[in-house]
Design a binder for this molecule. Structure first.
Ligand code: ADP
Ligand code: MG
Length: 325
């Protein structure tokens, strides 16, 4: 299959987005930013063997490649509008491309996101998406506004994706495991919540590397000393109940890939958060607060307890030795 045919058949689909003046097919896309708005741009790459396994379904990959970007836009409080798709493929397998593009467009249509371009190359499987969205001028949410005593809230449940990756006998795929796997492969970007947080949250991040690691980013970016997390408050899903509590807590604290939001909110706004949770139909849980005490402290019913040894996922590169010139 030639590159042109591949793009036309699988990735050139009509859009209703009014802000797309010119999409797939030319040397570049032409996009409008509405008056009094700013453009928020995010990008994320999925690499085989690092972010997904060779055996993962193509539909899931297409969905997730976009989902992780929409999650970043949600954490910025932006309305998602368009996406670019850079696809490196070892081969042009029609069934794979059909499933991949259907997974991608399924989520894109849910959020009215237009695929406006990309690049298609041959090589080891790698999927990179860049997405854009709008915020009203000055209203982007950031990681850097958390104050001491702000409450720490999270959306949904945490640790599901990490539990889904736990080793288990293949014969053991029950409905709960399937639910956890779906959380890993088809995370729900919290776009609606992100849009409702302006004027409410002081700092927001999406949980891609693990709650401890990502809350640590808020603490650092906000110039604060630390935070407390009450472990008995952590929202764990019932689907993980067959795992020991210790494993579930470790997954909730350090497991990445859940793509929930972690945010800080002044304590005076707790009622508004509860109201938002009811209105949006999304679980929002108060799990702790920002402190003047250094580091992230874990408590169990108010008593400090030891935490897991590492706080989340981090890419580590081998240091290249300098070559003789
Ligand atoms: P160029 O040679 O100018 O880089 P390409 O042949 O790479 O153009 O791409 C042709 C058109 O198809 C461009 O509009 C580009 O944005 C789009 N495109 C390429 N790959 C993809 C893809 N995987 N998904 C969506 N659009 C794509
Ligand atoms: Mg090109």
């Amino acid at each position: 299959m030639r590159e042109f045919d591949l793009i036309q058949r699988f990735f050139d689909r009509p859009t209703k987005q009014r802000q797309v003046c010119l999409g797939v097919g030319d040397d570049g896309a032409v996009l409008q930013v509405p008056e009094a708005h700013e453009l928020v741009v995010v990008t994320d790459t999925l690499v085989e063997g690092v972010h997904f396994r060779a055996t993962d379904g193509a539909g899931d990959l297409g969905y997730k490649a976009l989902a992780v970007n929409l999650s970043d836009l949600a954490a910025m409080g932006a309305v998602p509008v368009w996406a670019l798709l850079n696809l490196t493929l070892p081969e042009a397998n029609e069934q794979w491309l059909r499933q991949f593009s259907d997974g991608f467009f399924r989520l894109a249509m849910q959020h009215d996101v237009a695929l406006v371009g990309g690049d298609t190359t041959r090589g080891p499987l790698c999927i990179s998406v860049t997405a854009g969205g709008w915020v009203s001028v000055g209203q982007a949410l950031t990681r850097s506004g958390a104050a001491v005593n702000d409450r720490v809230w999270i959306t949904g449940t945490v640790g599901d994706a990490a539990l889904a990756l736990a080793e288990r006998p293949v014969a053991d795929i029950d409905s709960e495991t399937r639910w956890l796997l779906n959380r890993l492969h088809r995370p729900t970007p919290r776009v609606g919540i992100g849009l409702a947080l302006y004027g409410l949250a002081s700092a927001v991040i999406d949980i891609s590397d693990g709650l401890l690691a990502d809350l640590g980013q808020i603490v650092r970016a906000s110039g604060q000393a630390g935070a407390v997390i009450e472990t008995t408050s952590l929202p764990l899903s019932p689907a993980g109940k067959s795992y020991p509590l210790e494993d579930r807590l470790t997954a909730a604290l350090t497991g990445g890939d859940d793509y929930e939001l972690c945010l800080t909110v002044p304590p005076s706004e707790s009622d508004r958060m509860r109201m938002l949770s009811r209105e949006a139909g999304v679980l929002l849980t108060d799990v702790g607060c920002i402190t003047a005490h250094a580091g992230i402290t874990l408590t169990q019913s108010g008593v400090p307890v030891a935490g897991p040894r590492r706080d989340g996922y981090e890419h580590v590169w081998p240091v290249a030795r300098e070559r003789d010139s």
